[in-house]
Design a protein. Structure first.
Length: 170
């Protein structure tokens, strides 16, 4: 099974990914690992990155996701997927994947981002890019992350059990 966790910075995609890894036996892949130095530099400098940089990043992410899916039975990938173009591209490349949008009230997102230390996306940058997020058009589940692991596990159980795993060619 392949699961994509997506949503705003600070919603807890990696937190939920770690729960899937630790409690549900998924291989967890943080999609930010494929950002590349140009995008990381742009973020650190508070600049937006170009569509070309975004396209190159998604090419790397697709390659990494395919590799992980070949090596592991259950894979979870976390990535913001802010644009419908990106969401649709991932959905088309991985039609059997389950997409889960992580949601949290904006005041909690801001608090989490403000309290982060040594994280790539600081609150100031996130505030700048929030307006560029597009409402998802792909089929997806929604998980509410209030930080309570038991509530998150319960939601994940419901989502994973309501989604029939599809055998994929390796």
């Amino acid at each position: 099974m392949l699961v994509f966790l997506f949503g705003y910075p600070g919603v807890g995609k990696n937190y939920v990914g770690e729960i899937l890894r630790n409690d549900f036996n998924f291989f967890f892949y943080d999609g930010d690992s494929d950002l590349g130095s140009e995008i990381e530099t742009a973020i650190r400098e508070g600049k937006l990155f170009s569509d070309q940089q975004r396209d190159e990043f998604f090419h790397r992410l697709i390659t990494s996701t395919k590799k992980a899916s070949c090596e592991h039975q259950n894979v979870v990938v976390s990535q913001t997927l802010a644009k419908n173009k990106s969401q649709k591209a991932m959905s088309e490349k991985f039609p059997d994947a389950v997409f889960i949008r992580i949601v949290v009230p904006m005041e909690i997102i801001r608090k989490r981002l403000k309290n982060r230390k040594d994280h790539l996306v600081p609150l100031e940058y996130a505030e700048k890019v929030f307006k560029y997020f597009e409402e998802p058009e792909i089929q997806h589940e929604v998980l509410h992350n209030d930080g309570d692991k038991e509530k998150i596990r319960t939601q994940l159980n419901k989502i994973l059990n309501s989604t029939s795993p599809v055998k994929r060619e390796r």
